[in-house]
Design a protein around this ligand. Sequence first.
Ligand SMILES: C[S@@+](CC[C@H](N)C(=O)[O-])C[C@H]1O[C@@H](n2cnc3c(N)ncnc32)[C@H](O)[C@@H]1O
Length: 325
Amino acid sequence: MNFSELVDANENNLLNIDYYLLDILLKDRTTNKNIIWATDTYEPHGKNYSASSHILIEQIIGKHGQVIRPRIRKSQSEQFKRINDKGEVFTPSWICNKQNNLADESWFQKRNVFNITKGNEWITNPAKIDFPKDKNWIEYIKSIRLEVSCGEAPYIVSRYDTTTGKIIGTNNRIGLLDRKIRIVNENTTTKEEWKKYVIESYKSVFGYEWQGDSLLIARENLLYTYIDYYLERFKEKPYIEDLKEIAEIISWNFFQMDGIKFVIPNSCKNELEIDHTLFGEQRIKNECLGCKKNNIFLHNGTYVKIMNWETHKPIKFISLLKNKK
Ligand SMILES: C[S@@+](CC[C@H](N)C(=O)[O-])C[C@H]1O[C@@H](n2cnc3c(N)ncnc32)[C@H](O)[C@@H]1O
């Protein structure tokens, strides 16, 4: 397999590197099953492609290798349906860059640290990045970043512009993880050191998304990003075991969640159950109080878990929210 072919993230390519990489990237760490489609746009492919079905490897490889396509390659009618269903409109890289620059401006207390914007473009700062007196590069790569409703995760990694499909070279990338890897590149010498801090960088970036296909693409984009930078730095293929470690982290940190309820999409139960008793039929309502009262702490759906990488213990995402009741 020629790693430079991997510019176009594709499940068959991933499978050619190692079967278990795709297996890991499809895992839902909360349910211990695979992520679900969570969109009905794949239903024409068959009954196991319904919104509530889990995405299975065999549904997206081989002759089905083109079933999941990035938004830019989806048909116009599919794009419109997804806008109506889930407000799926992606952000151009130059806007992601401007907003990421604002986050860095606040962290560094300085403007134009990584690049200078010029209209809808940017000019990358070629000099080694300086750090403020009271902060260091390790603090930067460990500082937590989250892309809410991440789609294909353009704020985190920028291998291509999600709105035009234009490929962006590693030297000009603007994602929050891209910036951290640049810092690691500039401050490490040995391969072991590089790998150690790149792993720390991956542990510090998070994203959640409703739709399973976009989430898988986001996860693939993060994994290919590692391959891109590794290839560029070491002029050789990364080790499969290292890729698996990165894929495991990604599968925890980029998760499927309804960002309004903090549960797995559509997992709240609101059903009428009919109980047949001696005295006739009795209707029991299995109703979600969280949905009824619009209270994020009372849902009966499956609350999403993420990994606390410091303690190595999973925690519920909702436990991070203040004002607990
Ligand atoms: C406007 S797009 C933005 C995607 C990406 N962050 C970007 O800037 O290109 C919104 C995304 O939110 C997702 N979404 C919609 N409702 C959601 C919800 N309740 N929870 C999580 N994601 C949701 C959609 O599937 C879609 O991918």
